[in-house]
Design a protein around this ligand. Structure first.
Ligand code: 4AD
Ligand code: MG
Length: 458
């Protein structure tokens, strides 16, 4: 039976493993050849650290035959005895008794040699980059954050809802959708597969509202698609979004849920991903661990949009986009508020109705809506949400103003006709959460296979 490297290196009582004979499998990271013996650094992806294996001519009858095959990237199975390591980096190392080489790896062709590569280059070899320390660590933290997401919402009694990827409606009413079609030519969508125009979803929210208005608390966690041509380090054409929706909830309950969720995720990885986060703290963002602990321990700042605008107008800083009440905040504004002014996550509420989606609940002032965005240092917007307009007449008015066709949303309106309830929800961009958690700079490096303009490889 095979043992994972993690279960050896992260074992609580390494002494208990001393003297045991086990089998490990993995890929050679490096080899140090000392003539009559060699050190193999073996990695199987279960942890950042490699298992050190001593291959000794005295122990291995086929040593001379095997040694030249142990190149960086080669895949092996090693059976051997665990002994106390004289090195200070690990408690245990393995004395190899048998080495089976599964796959050779030609050093003249294998691109992941010792030298450090740029993240940009690594994107062009997305089939090999998970074998690097950084991509391995990102992948493990990403997986832990997904697990923490389910844990948080399940513990709170939310129902996990699968909303469709293909949709006939445009949730945000904003366009920027990818079309799904089987038509060879023309645009007669009545003849198309679904008998109407169909798209890849930009959000599961409207479907989520249907289920919240029956089962109370739901969340979605799935891929979403936006055909916006934004070539930035914060945007993808395909990204994963978590969208909780709560019945009998107002904006305050929504904000509490969002803050609780973010903090839960941060605490979860601080507890379960220590090794990887320490790596990010050392090599990607100095001070990361401290920043995350600070997020976990302190309440978020609350500001209204109107307060934020006045702070920005007084800021001792020249913005590229001038600030006045009514503008859509740009990323430079969002980052100033979170990074420099508040120095921690900030929840902005009560945005002008004109810059927000039609479904957001109108405030009594007639100018603003019960919206909330959470902005965090380094990234800007990580969460966007609102209380929903549950009053039928208000919603109908709003749809008219937004030039939306009533017939396209008849079912959405009927939710307001039959047992309407106050409800609220938000969407968190999962890749932005991974950026926030790891200190990585570019969103293309925190999803296994990034999709952005001109790139749909692998
Ligand atoms: O603010 P957005 O557009 O909100 C919605 O889609 C609502 N329907 C959510 C809801 O209330 N249920 O998107 C939500 C979040 C953003 O805050 C951002 O983190 C992320 O999704 N996001 C993107 N992430 C990566 N690439 C993109 N192109 C993104 N667009 C939005
Ligand atoms: Mg938004």
């Amino acid at each position: 039976m095979r043992t994972k490297v993690k279960d050896i290196l992260h074992c609580k009582y390494p002494e208990a493993l001393e003297g045991k004979t086990l089998t490990v499998c993995g890929w050679v990271r490096t080899l140090r050849d000392q003539k009559s013996f060699a050190f193999i650094e073996l990695n199987d992806g279960s942890s950042l650290a490699n298992l050190q294996i001593v291959a000794d001519a005295g122990n291995l009858t086929d040593y001379a035959d095997v040694l030249p095959k142990l190149t960086t990237g080669a895949s092996l199975s090693v059976t051997g005895r665990l002994v106390k390591s004289p090195g200070k980096n690990q408690a245990l190392e393995m004395q190899a008794d048998e080495i089976v080489v599964y796959g050779l790896c030609d050093p003249a062709r294998y691109p992941l040699q010792k030298k450090r590569h740029s993240f940009e280059f690594l994107r062009s070899i997305a089939h090999l980059r998970p074998r690097t320390n950084t991509q391995g660590a990102v992948s493990r933290v990403r997986s832990a954050l997904a697990f923490a997401t389910h844990l948080f919402f399940q513990q709170k009694g939310f129902l996990y809802l699968h909303t469709p990827v293909i949709t006939g409606s445009d949730c945000e009413g904003g366009g920027e959708m990818f079309r799904v079609t089987t038509l060879e030519k023309g645009n007669n969508y009545a003849e198309d597969f679904f008998g109407k125009a169909a798209y890849l979803t930009v959000s599961g929210q409207l479907n989520g509202e249907i289920y919240a208005c029956a089962l109370s608390d739901i969340y979605t966690f799935g891929p979403t698609f936006r055909a916006e041509n934004s070539n930035t380090s914060r945007h993808l054409a395909e990204f994963w979004m978590i969208e909780p929706e709560m019945a009998f909830a107002d904006l305050k309950a929504n904000m509490e849920c969002a803050e609780g969720y973010l903090k839960f995720c941060v605490r979860y990885i601080l507890e379960h991903c220590k090794e990887d986060l320490t790596f990010f703290d050392q090599f990607i963002e100095k001070g990361l661990l401290e920043r995350l602990q600070h997020v976990a321990d302190n309440p978020f700042v609350h500001l209204t949009y109107t307060e934020a605008v006045s702070i920005l107008q007084k800021a001792p800083k020249q913005f590229e986009f001038p600030v006045s009440w009514g503008i859509d905040l740009q990323s430079e504004h969002e980052r100033y508020l979170a990074e420099e002014y508040c120095k921690k996550p900030v929840i902005l509420t009560d945005y002008p109705a004109d810059i927000k989606a039609f479904y957001m609940r109108a405030n009594a002032d007639g100018k603003t809506v019960a919206a909330m965005d959470i902005l965090v240092p380094k990234i800007g917007e990580i969460i966007g949400g609102s209380q929903r307009e549950e009053r039928l007449d208000r919603l109908e008015e709003k749809m008219k103003e937004h030039n939306l066709n009533r017939d396209d949303y008849w079912w959405y309106l009927e939710l307001r006709e039959f047992g309407s309830v106050p409800h609220a929800g938000f969407g968190l961009g999962f890749e932005r959460l991974v950026l926030f958690a790891t200190g990585m700079e570019n969103i293309r490096d925190v999803i296994p296979f990034p999709r952005y303009p001109g790139h749909a490889d692998f």
